[in-house]
Design a protein around this ligand. Sequence first.
Ligand code: GLY
Ligand code: MN
Ligand code: MN
Length: 539
Amino acid sequence: MVMRNLTMISLFFLLGPWFWAQEVPNDLLSADFHKGRRQEVRKAMPPNSVAVFFAAAVRNRANDVDYVYHQDPDFYYLTGYREPNALLLLFSEMQKDKDGGQYNEVLYVQKRDERAEQWNGKRLGMEGVKGQLGFERAFNAEEFLNSDIDFSKFGNVMFFDFKNDFRDTKGPADKFDLIRAFKEKTNYPTDYDATKQQLYSMIKATELENSANVAQTLGRYLNYYQELRSDTLLVDFVEAKDDRSRTEIREKVALQLQSNNLNSAKLEEIMNTLREIKTQEELVLLKKAVEISAVGQIEVMKAMHPNMSEMEIQGVHEFVYKKYGAEYEGYPSIVGSGNNGCILHYIENNRPKVGNDLVLMDLGAEYHGYTADVTRTIPANGKFSKEQKQIYDIVYRAQEAGIKASVVGASFQAPGEAASEVVAQGLVQLGIIGSPGEARKYFPHGTSHYLGLDVHDKGTYQPFKENTVITVEPGIYIPEGSDCDKKWWGIAVRIEDDILITKNGPVNLSEMAPRTTEAIEAVMKESSPLDHFKLPSLD
Ligand code: GLY
Ligand code: MN
Ligand code: MN
């Protein structure tokens, strides 16, 4: 018996981490899902093209501590791989290797390394991605550095702009090394400017009848990004007086684009189109993230009292997320009480007591990659004051109008237009503004964005399609010192729900979290397990 145990133990040490199977959640996206997505990318690729995707870089926080790693959402969508230092190649047609083997995709991953895994966690390695993620062809990333892949034979080498968002670390094949190798292999011009390429591609793709509009939009863009004004083709297009001149510039732009086979525009378009529409498998995870976040809001409503700090409130939400196994928050949590709620992306969350103010809580659990984005605004003492309720009810009605407008075929702007009208009328009625045109002062942001792997997810901004998920999130923010009666100062309200667009109309995925003032006040009267959670005073 002892001997057998000893044999088992020594076997364990010999095989070490190579042997033990780590328990992981059993509801991750399936290998088939990722495979299907890769197939969809291939279908949308131009003939004779290759698409190159890089995993997100590791980012250093300080000294030997890195930021918590998070995979690039496109990379995750296409592979399920959640480690850094990796590269995916997709080919529009089958390729042949020297031995006659055929393939249309290759994944390069970080090499297994017993010592590194002891310190920083298990790696899947080539065998793991073959076995668990279903890749037929996988190599260690170092092999890409010396691979003889001939990028010049492709009509299009598609990739995302690198944005200089990485740096060289000690590893032999980190993102820096992989990008350097990619640039060498593709004869990447030293002055390559991805933004310019994207704008050129947009000009090239523009129909003549739409070119004056596009020129106008581009003009606004150039005003914002002054450095682009040194490009004569872009400036000429904006300043062109007629269709003939615009056509001439389009021809010149097309020639420029042909000067090499690098294409940093097309993948954006492909991924925007794919990721906008969620598959049923994605919706299961997205709904779960939203429900977890809604439960967080409910538990906070029960636990809330005026002596709580903003940070403590944030902690309660995030504790609920972790309890359900949500790995991350989808974005930094926003908990702003009173005037702090007027800062749209307030993430300091450091006010020691929320007092009798409204507390605006905009948080989202990220569950297996998919993030929620839910906002509730509640009175810390459990009862809306008259003024708080008046503002709240306008935002509520605006949101109802916005949700109602979120239907298949409506323009992406429809929820915003509907909500803005209600907010403007409401503010005029309360005498906070003199005319509807002033409403933007107190409602300065958009009403909707796509939701999915990113909180501001990818999409086409075309009329709504079935199985798209968006937020509807109107708000009114009246900072101290605003040009209106003092009684409104410091009131900030945002209500945000996550809406699935279906052919039968909008479905509110976050409806579990109470939204009307009456429902919120009722839940706030309920007791909370945290009522009895007392920690020792450390003063
Ligand atoms: N939480 C960021 C947003 O609502 O868009
Ligand atoms: Mn949002
Ligand atoms: Mn939000």
